[in-house]
Ligand binder design. Structure first.
Ligand SMILES: NC(=O)c1ccc[n+]([C@@H]2O[C@H](COP(=O)([O-])OP(=O)(O)OC[C@H]3O[C@@H](n4cnc5c(N)ncnc54)[C@H](OP(=O)(O)O)[C@@H]3O)[C@@H](O)[C@H]2O)c1
Length: 326
């Protein structure tokens, strides 16, 4: 296959709304050393992408975020952390994959997947795409799924424990519901009525409509609270957690990271890691239809600003996918 010299890429030109995202022309990267060149078929716009675009940092982290990603505008303007695509060229020391292989890649921020081509080290989390998964579904496998695995493992969630998932219809929440059930936990899912059927289908034992029901009224009810929304905080979780309960501040900021255990109950926060074994585990589950990749909508690449706007709404269900190649 002939690889062009230039490609379309979605460039975030400034911090701000979806209108700051423009499709521009950029050179196609050359795969160096152990890198593979992937032709991107599908990617996602995730909640991390829009937070970076809008400089919407968790509480207390705005200056840190500017230092990390650029003070006045994103230093690296092509976003996109996960993709499904096809290997089209190999660097001189790349040996894990062959040209033509279909793969899922999740090296995390810095991947630059909002482009037609991406060069990435083969040592990063890249796995073969199961043939039964469409490229669109495969693109939505990693962000929510690996975050959910990270926090479930961190909490050491055990069979028989009761977990409350706040934001159960989002990318991370939908994954936590399914993976917690798989561990044998009892799952109560907090969602709006519109998403009750979805979270029930994913395995929730009980669904709590946050519009009509105060889920904070259940004294000492849960072993683990997975808060993907930032709806409560560690202090307020204490009354609803059982002894030795854990509060997972998945969208938390500095305060949650610095919070100390209290009354034998523990707050847990921080960044989830991108691990190849987690990507492979999730791909295996999805291939055998034991894990549902929830897709909110699929946008054309030229409409990627609309995908950003959908994620900004904070109403998406699972992942917002962008189809880059036909
Ligand atoms: N720590 C880490 O390493 C890490 C990694 C990944 C993501 N995150 C963070 O995790 C958070 C969740 O990400 P995500 O992509 O899963 O979010 P998301 O998909 O954008 O969440 C949207 C969902 O949240 C639900 N929701 C909104 N307000 C709610 C409320 N008050 N109560 C219950 N549900 C509510 C919405 O359902 P309704 O329409 O029914 O309300 C919608 O389905 C983000 O803040 C993200 O930055 C952290």
């Amino acid at each position: 296959m002939t690889i062009p010299n230039t490609m379309k890429a979605a460039i975030v030109t400034a911090y701000g709304g979806p209108e700051t995202v423009e499709i521009q022309s950029r050179p196609v990267p050359m795969p160096r050393d152990d890198e593979v060149l992937i032709k991107v078929v599908a990617t996602t716009v995730n909640s991390g992408d829009v937070r970076m675009r809008a400089l919407d940092a968790p509480r207390g982290m705005k200056t840190l975020m500017r230092l990390a990603i650029g003070f006045f505008r994103p230093r690296q303007p092509i976003f996109g952390a996960e993709l499904a695509g096809t290997i089209v060229a190999l660097g001189p020391r790349a040996s894990r994959f062959a040209i033509g292989d279909s793969v899922i890649a999740f090296p995390g921020t810095g991947l630059r997947a909002h482009a037609e081509y991406v060069a990435v080290s083969e040592r990063k989390p890249i796995v073969a795409k199961p043939p039964t998964l469409s490229f669109e579904a495969a693109a939505g496998l990693c962000f929510g799924g690996t975050t959910a695995l990270h926090f479930i493992n961190k909490a050491n969630l055990a069979a028989g424990e009761h977990v409350l998932v706040i934001g159960a219809s989002g990318a991370v929440g939908a994954a936590i519901v399914q993976l917690a059930k798989r561990r044998g936990a009892k799952v109560s899912a907090v969602s709006s009525a519109a998403n009750a059927d979805l979270v029930r289908r994913l395995g929730a034992d009980a669904v709590i409509d946050y519009v009509t029901t105060d889920y904070m009224a259940n004294f000492s009810a849960y072993d683990v609270i997975a808060d993907t929304v930032g709806a409560i905080d560690f202090q307020s979780s204490l009354s609803v957690l059982k002894p030795r309960g854990r509060y997972l501040a998945i969208s938390g900021g500095v305060a949650e990271m610095l919070a100390r255990p209290k009354d034998g109950k523990r707050p847990m926060a921080g960044m989830a890691a991108e691990r190849p074994e987690d990507v492979a585990f999730l791909a295996g589950l999805a291939a055998s239809e034991e894990y549902e990749i929830v897709i909110d909508d699929v946008f054309d690449f030229d409409d990627i600003a609309k995908a950003h706007a959908r994620v900004d709404s904070k109403r998406k269900r699972g992942s917002v996918v962008v189809r880059v190649a036909q």
